[in-house]
Design a protein around this ligand. Structure first.
Ligand SMILES: [Mg+2]
Length: 224
């Protein structure tokens, strides 16, 4: 039985995924364009591009592949990718209700930490643009040149909890990916699944999140 959303949001610390619950990072550009760009950089450097990497629209897949080649390749792709992400967030689309959710949570005394597989530079650039910088306690972004530490690895959640000097039971994770639900449960935090597309709902539901929301306005409505 899913726990009451208000009860979940009564926990003192909210760990908030970025791409999805806060904004659509590639809402004004295209993840495919960025993936294509990174693939070209791989080919420029003489690196192999296998069929699955040639077909993906997700730049994070290209980054993970670069990590399998060598440290120099990973370093080049990572720094290029961060530049692409920072450029992308200049035209990212705000998620409806995200600003209201953040404001309501902070007004109710919660802390918000962004926990994202995107670079911290890109997250911070977006928060500044959206006027949210002062409302966010911290940003746990992708560790440079360590794509292996991206969610669902617990590293970023643990980093956030260490910075907050708190425990998993005092946190609630809100995210729109299966990996967000998995990693929350892995560290021992409850998870609120943001199923903003009907196609996501069944996949998220299968992971038994403690609550499912379809709009970020559900957060500001429910915050106790
Ligand atoms: Mg997401």
């Amino acid at each position: 039985m899913p726990e009451d959303l208000a009860g979940l949001l009564a926990r003192p610390h909210v760990l908030l995924d970025f791409d999805g619950p806060v904004c659509a990072v590639y809402g004004g550009t295209s993840s495919r364009v960025v993936a294509n760009h990174l693939r070209e950089r791989l080919r420029d450097g003489g690196a192999p591009v296998p069929a699955d990497i040639a077909a993906t629209d997700d730049p994070l897949d290209v980054l993970r592949h670069a990590a399998t080649i060598d440290a120099g390749c990973l370093s080049r792709i990572e720094s290029d990718f961060v530049g692409q992400e920072v450029a992308a967030v200049a035209t990212a689309t705000a998620t409806p209700g995200a600003a209201q959710a953040v404001s309501a949570l902070v007004a109710a005394g919660r802390t918000i930490t962004i926990v994202s597989n995107n670079s911290a530079d890109a997250v911070r650039a977006y928060l500044k643009r959206a006027g949210l910088t002062g409302l966010v306690a911290g940003v746990a972004g992708r560790v440079p040149r360590r794509p292996d530490l991206m969610k669902p690895h617990p590293h970023l959640l643990r980093e956030a909890m260490t910075a907050l000097a708190t425990t998993a039971a005092e946190c609630v994770m809100i995210g729109d990916s299966e990996t967000d639900i998995e990693v929350a449960h892995l560290v021992g935090s409850p998870a609120v699944a943001f199923a903003h597309k009907p196609s996501k709902r069944a996949r998220l539901e299968a992971l038994d999140p403690e609550a499912i929301i379809t709009s970020m306005f559900d957060v500001s409505t429910a915050v106790p």
